[in-house]
Ligand binder design. Sequence first.
Ligand code: 5AD
Ligand code: SF4
Length: 491
Amino acid sequence: MEIHNRKELDELIKELDINGPVPDKEPFRQYYFIKKNREYVAKKKEELGRPLTCSVNTFGCQMNVRDSEKLLGILEQMGYEKTDSEDADFVIYNTCTVRENANRKVYGHLGILKHKKKSRPDMIIGLCGCMMQEQEVVETIRTKYKFVDIVFGTHNVYKLAEIYYNRIASGSSVIDIWKDTEMVVEDLPATREYSFKSGVNIMFGCNNFCTYCIVPYVRGRERSRTPEDIIDEVKALAADGVVEVMLLGQNVNSYGKNLPEKVSFAKLLEMVCQVEGIERVRFMTPHPKDLSDELIDVIARNPKVCRHVHLPLQSGSTKILKAMNRHYTKEDYLALVDKIKTRIPDVSITADIIVGFPGETEEDFLDTLDVVEKVRYDTAFTFIYSKRTGTPAAAMENGATKEEINDRYNRLFKRVQEISGEITQTFKGKTLPVLVEGISEQNDGLLTGRLSNNLLVHFEGCESLIGHIVDVTLVECKGFYFIGRLIEDEV
Ligand code: 5AD
Ligand code: SF4
């Protein structure tokens, strides 16, 4: 069975008998609870004389963004209406725990919600995502934030309707956290943030255990969706007006390893490119340790694959990379970048870089700066190492002082920004295809869009261009973005 759009799903749910026993099989079990909840939501709506609203708030990465689209899809199916206000009847926080400050933000928001709930006891508050996979966090929520109604994790996002039902039926808080799962539940609704582009999960979890990273502990072991399910989803998205997809996985190079019939990520990428209607394909994130020649070849050969490879460096020091369990050296990384740049000349390379990993000396840091000079990243995300309880690095001694680490961070950030600005400048005068994404946030008289290499461009044009790919001349460089001019005959 394949559900390709909301209409088909509506039909299926309409025919479902909710007076009979609860189905065992997914996704039918969730359809059953969606329908049950519809009755409750409709009753509440009548009582209040207004629609019930929901607000899904996302922290963290593209994976969480996609999970939130699924949560919103389920809530809308249950009869909720989306709002951006935290005064909603149902507020969910989809949390991130990759660094400590992401955690802190959630507790800050909970403080505010506690007050709101005092005057509106009917309000439902939900917490989910990576932070909830940590035992101490759940314990804190359970004992100190008793007003939270539902808590679930990364493995059972698909189960929102059932968890919600249990909360309403029992009248008390529901905490449902799974340590890990083998399951991939297909065919649940999702409400996309953009009509013309979408993330597509290709795999879940991570088996790499980089020593600083909490992700393998909160997202579990790697499991891939089948190529058939992925292609069916991409086809359905294309039929629904999507022109750009971003294939999502913690380490996309590991795609397909656990499938009965092994399929490489490169093969999958090629298959996705063949879907009619899809004009751009992005992917996030590859791991430098196993980025294959086959993949570089597929990118080079397929103009639909965006000219952008995000290649997390983390550190430029071979000694630190070893302590991080990254499985490549400084030289391996530089050789890989060279290979990518030679085969795909117009590619943009970006990275994640951490400073202040335990044991990092000034010399190690200079190696990181050296890689930055040699690669000349189009842009890079820079982070100060954050100790995550339960990871191997948490037990490692950090010799550097806070001041030293801050100073390294500032030097790295400055150099990354300078190089990024210089590279951006080189595009001046070029005319390139831009996917129009919306109205500019800074200036509502301008449209905003992205080049294949992810560079942002603002330009004058008609709103009806949103979702279309048009040619734009890059006229004025504004540091990290361009002001462009639309080539009119495209309209
Ligand atoms: N401290 C700082 N940065 C981290 N990242 C992951 N774990 C940590 C940590 N403990 C960064 C890595 C990764 C990105 C998503 O977050 O650079 O690539
Ligand atoms: Fe974390 Fe490393 Fe897995 Fe990325 S590859 S999610 S950094 S453990």
